[in-house]
Design a protein. Structure first.
Length: 345
């Protein structure tokens, strides 16, 4: 197959990770072209991926962008055009005649979903993300990761000693924005006998630091950007997801692969991978506080409850599984298209 992956966003979140890892994996078996902002070029150096830098920022109906995209797609003549998330899907919907079949991936719950109607097939990273989308061909394919290398126990031990004075260590990871709910998690730590560290950067960093200082919550620390998330994950006792809105976050998958105990708001498909006893209502600081206390008092019991969920993640939430299901979906749509074309002759 000749495949084009289209990404219109910038940054280094779950969507961008999905785009890069899926493209690299597909390129081992198929001719894979990636169209994305120039900042992604370094991910594909010395790989089989054919990268086409394109400025896709700004107004998504900009004529010059569409002229350049149309020419590039005419030159490539892909079998599959796969748009990643809403903005790319909005751009690509005007160029679906350039490919044999078109696919778009839904990465998060959105109120506006009209751009997806023109596609031959849709992928959703969770059942919940596609709840308000009506389409005859939606395939749920969860994000997946490659097997994690086991971090050094000595390094994790030193890290833990630097971050906590013997108390349990709680970790949260994510961009510092309102959707992640850190403004709810931080006050929930008041009088909790544990340390919370939050890894990530974002526009709300100053506001969150002010919340810590104003409320004298001395057991919370913002770590900023970190390159040692696997070590932090291994060092922590609890991992917390306090999001108001999510698709199917990679940090959940990484925490499950690391066999961590996870407390979470009811993100899409949560009950498939998280015990009901570990879920907390969205935007409810008091409930987060109560669940943290209960969990710290009964941590051994929750470890037992989590065993089948950890085992499931090792087999289901893998990069190989994600790539195979995606390629199989392409093949299904291509075969259906071929059959339909024959019937029209």
């Amino acid at each position: 197959m000749k495949i084009v992956q289209l990404l219109a966003s910038q940054g280094h979140g779950g969507l961008e990770k999905h785009f890069v890892e899926l493209s690299l994996a597909l390129s081992a078996w198929h001719e894979t072209h990636c169209i994305a902002p120039a900042e992604f070029a370094h991910y594909f150096e010395n790989t089989p991926v054919i990268f086409h830098p394109m400025d896709l920022q700004g107004w998504r109906y900009r004529p010059i962008t569409h002229r350049r995209l149309a020419k590039l797609l005419r030159d490539i003549r892909p079998d599959v055009l796969h748009a990643q998330a809403n903005k790319a899907a909005t751009l690509a919907k005007f160029h679906l005649h350039s490919c044999r079949i078109s696919v778009a991936t839904i990465h998060n719950r959105k109120s506006s979903t009209g751009m997806f109607g023109a596609y031959d097939g849709l992928v959703s990273v969770s059942r919940g993300a596609a709840n308000n989308v009506r389409h005859p061909k939606i395939r749920v394919i969860h994000n997946g990761i490659a097997a994690l290398a086991e971090p050094s126990s000595q390094k994790c031990g030193r890290l833990r000693r630097r971050l906590t004075d013997g108390q349990p260590l709680i970790l949260a990871v994510g961009r510092l924005v309102k959707a992640k709910g850190f403004d709810l998690l931080i006050p929930a730590m008041k009088d909790i006998q544990a340390r919370l560290v939050i890894a990530g950067t974002g526009p709300d960093q100053a506001v969150l630091q002010q919340c810590i200082e104003k409320n004298k919550i001395h057991n919370v620390r913002l770590l900023g950007h970190r390159d040692d998330i696997p070590e932090l994950m291994e060092a922590c006792d609890l991992f917390v997801i306090s999001s108001r809105n999510e698709g199917f976050p990679y940090v959940l998958i990484e925490a499950l692969h690391s066999r961590r105990i996870i407390l979470s708001t009811p993100i899409p498909d949560a009950l498939e991978f998280i015990p009901k006893s570990a879920l907390v209502p969205i935007a409810d600081t008091h409930s987060i506080h109560q669940l943290l206390n209960r969990t710290l008092d009964n941590i051994d019991q929750l470890r037992v409850e989590y065993r089948p969920f950890h085992e499931k993640a090792q087999t289901v939430l893998t990069l190989d599984n994600m790539v195979k299901q995606t390629a199989d979906f392409y093949e299904l749509l291509l075969n259906e298209k071929q059959t339909l074309d024959k019937s029209r002759r």
